[in-house]
Design a protein around this ligand. Structure first.
Ligand SMILES: Cc1cc2nc3c(=O)[nH]c(=O)nc-3n(C[C@H](O)[C@H](O)[C@H](O)COP(=O)(O)O)c2cc1C
Length: 500
């Protein structure tokens, strides 16, 4: 998904600047056109030559040099960008961007761009926690910047603290997620299950299977990269938690059933890639079973696990996997009908390089209409994209103006909802009817004017409604559905305040 994307990579003057070389290299290897802009301070930490060699592109270090094609017009870079990423971001650039200062190529480009901006701060813990830096970051967030929070760890000063640059893999995951917002699954909510469930026999033993979780994780990451909001419900695996995805860890089939029922309540599709145990011990023994006591033979009584798909109610697309060792197509078709699936991905687990615990898979896709698509052996990520091609085709197409915006943090002050300036043009015109869906119910309202900071002022009834629902608290979900034309916005309340 990074192929042919223009990524403007801003590097500023911090110790972590050397890690930007790794990032630039990985982005370039993934096919992106990486345009590096370095501040003067950054060039003290890492040479432009390194970045030039890794990206095979000229590196911009000054507004005044004429060696780069972008130096001629200082906003050309801003216009060319699909995304601007600043790694690492110093306290200084954060302050400059918050204040709108544009005294070097990077700050000019950020001010001029309409592309999404992602910044990864890295600095000394005190610099990071200083209220000035925090206020500046809050301002940038409010304007729609994506901030990749620094991590806790050993800092250059030798101290332990919050301020270490986020891992490069995490930064790449977030870049993909942000770029995916304009892809074919943008605004769709997709629930994916993965891994093999574990059914406890006693506190130390369980029944499970050979599922590695790789297929489900690949589907979840591919859906994220195509713009979906993904919830991954996973049984234990040894895979790293994917970035930009809500991950819910479960152990047993019963736990997975509960998590799926909850997550699918408002989803567009459920993709069941997990290998859910068909049977569980009838009862779990409280203490460890001792062989001296159990004797030579131990009989386990098993009972059926719940049917996760049957219990997940709602109007969403259902995609299942059928791992078969014989009669692949017939058995998969039977599963499709029995479980009322829209699509089934059948894989022959006896075929070499296919099925459990390998990086490749060979599947046959069978649709509700009976159409059978036999795919060649490919990587699990490629298989995931093939499945998602079908899912995207089956889901209702987004209307021309349909999009979804996730805002964090958003201030709900009085009956005014603050919208970051970068996103205000995405919002509907005045007098457009809206339905606000919150965790405690819905209210109809409409926009009566735009606020000076780009927010939307909503009708008076709204404040009364919020007052009547004191149970709403920061962090609750507040979804706005615009009735005409059909659009959906998703907001998160971070602060609720009422003026008298
Ligand atoms: C050795 C050294 C390391 C530094 N490391 C950081 C850092 O990790 N984070 C940071 O915000 N500033 C750091 N600074 C301070 C910045 O380099 C300084 O604020 C500079 O003006 C930033 O310029 P820029 O934002 O234009 O790149 C460091 C300075 C020195 C001398």
């Amino acid at each position: 998904m990074l192929t042919d994307k223009t990524i403007v990579l801003g590097i500023t003057g911090g110790i972590a600047a050397y890690k930007a070389a790794d990032l630039a290299s990985k982005l370039a290897q993934a096919g992106a056109k990486v345009e590096v802009v370095m501040t003067e301070s950054a060039t003290k930490f890492i040479t432009p030559l390194t970045l030039r060699s890794l990206t095979n592109r000229p590196v911009v270090t000054s507004m005044w040099e004429l060696t780069s094609e972008f130096s001629i017009e200082h906003v050309a870079l801003a216009e060319a960008a699909d995304i601007v990423v600043i790694v690492p971001a110093t306290a200084n650039i954060i302050a400059k961007l918050a204040a709108g200062i544009a005294d070097d190529m990077l700050s000019c480009a950020v001010l001029a761009t309409e592309a999404p901006v992602v910044i990864a701060p890295a600095m000394n813990v005190n610099m990071f926690q200083n209220s000035v830096t925090q206020d500046n970051l809050a301002k940038l967030k409010d304007r729609g910047f994506t901030i990749i929070d620094p991590e806790y760890g050993r800092l250059a000063s030798g101290k332990m603290g919050l301020g270490r640059l986020a891992e490069v893999e995490k930064i790449i995951g977030i870049i993909k997620q942000v770029l995916g917002r304009s892809s074919d699954l943008a605004g769709k909510r997709i629930v994916v299950t993965a891994g093999g469930t574990q059914e406890a026999i006693d506190p130390v033993r369980y029944i499970s299977n050979h599922s590695s979780g790789k297929m489900g994780y690949a589907v979840a990451e591919a859906a994220r990269d195509r713009g979906a909001e993904v919830t991954l419900i996973t049984a234990p695996t040894s895979l790293p938690e994917p970035v930009g995805i809500e991950v819910i860890q479960v152990t047993s089939a019963v736990q997975m059933k509960e998590a799926v029922a909850k997550a699918t309540a408002q989803s567009d599709a459920l993709i069941m890639a997990a290998a859910v145990a068909d049977y569980q011990p009838k009862s779990t023994v409280k203490g460890k079973i001792k062989r001296e006591i159990a004797g030579a033979d131990l009989t386990l009584e098993l009972t059926r696990t719940p049917d996760i798909l049957a219990e997940a109610k709602g109007n969403f697309l259902r995609v299942g996997f059928a791992a078969e060792s014989e009669n692949l197509v017939e058995n998969a078709k039977d599963k499709l009908q029995r479980k009322q699936l829209d699509l089934v991905a059948a894989n022959d687990i006896t075929a070499p390089d296919s099925g459990f615990n390998v990086d490749t898979n060979k599947i046959t896709l069978i649709g509700k209409d009976g159409e059978v698509e036999d795919l060649p052996l490919m990587s699990k990520r490629e298989v995931a994209d093939k499945i998602l091609d079908r899912v995207a085709g089956l889901l209702p197409p987004p209307s021309e103006n349909s999009f979804e915006v996730i805002l964090r943090p958003v201030m709900v002050k009085n009956h005014f909802i603050g919208i970051p300036a970068l996103q205000k043009t995405l919002f509907p015109p005045m007098n457009t009817a809206l339905v606000l869906l919150t965790e405690v119910g819905a209210i109809e309202t409409n926009i009566i004017r735009r606020g000076s900071s780009g927010g939307l002022k909503l009708t008076k009834g709204l404040i009364k409604w919020f007052k009547a629902h004191p149970e709403l608290k920061p962090g609750d979900k507040l979804r706005i559905t615009v009735l005409e034309p059909m659009k959906r916005y998703r907001l998160e309340i971070v602060k609720l305040e009422y003026r008298k």
